[in-house]
Ligand binder design. Structure first.
Ligand code: AMP
Length: 114
């Protein structure tokens, strides 16, 4: 998509602090981190949200979750644990409509979230 922020990051048209790249996913640090580790993991292909990603039904959702875990391991937060969040829709706070997993860790994470 030409007017999508995360498509532009994938295309290297906008800089980002990239921490991991796989064949179909890119992971980069959130500019407004909510935890010591706060990485966004996006598919390189444009899908609006998690539901659209799942509906694509080509294994891409699997790849994205695998990349999330790889980021957690790389960041040293796989133990004691980390959180993966997909804000889906404006009511949930989604502001960028290119699906992205927030990988959060490095501090005690309360439940339920606000
Ligand atoms: P969401 O509110 O779930 O759509 O998450 C969007 C996230 O993108 C927010 O946490 C923002 O801080 C983050 N964000 C916005 N612009 C950038 C950018 N250029 N590079 C990295 N993260 C960004």
């Amino acid at each position: 998509m030409t007017d999508c922020l995360f498509c532009k990051i994938v295309a290297r048209q906008i800089p980002a602090d990239i921490v991991l790249e796989t064949g179909r996913a890119l992971a980069f640090r959130d500019v407004n981190p909510q935890a010591p580790t706060h990485v966004l993991v996006v598919p390189k292909a444009h899908h609006e949200n998690a539901a659209a990603l799942a509906a694509a039904d080509d294994g891409l959702a699997d790849d994205l979750l695998t990349a999330c875990h790889a980021v957690a391991v790389q960041e040293g937060v796989a133990e004691p644990g980390y959180r993966v969040v997909f804000n889906t829709g404006t009511g949930a706070g989604q502001t960028v409509f290119h699906v992205h997993a927030h990988v959060l860790g490095g501090r005690s994470l309360t439940w339920p979230p606000g």
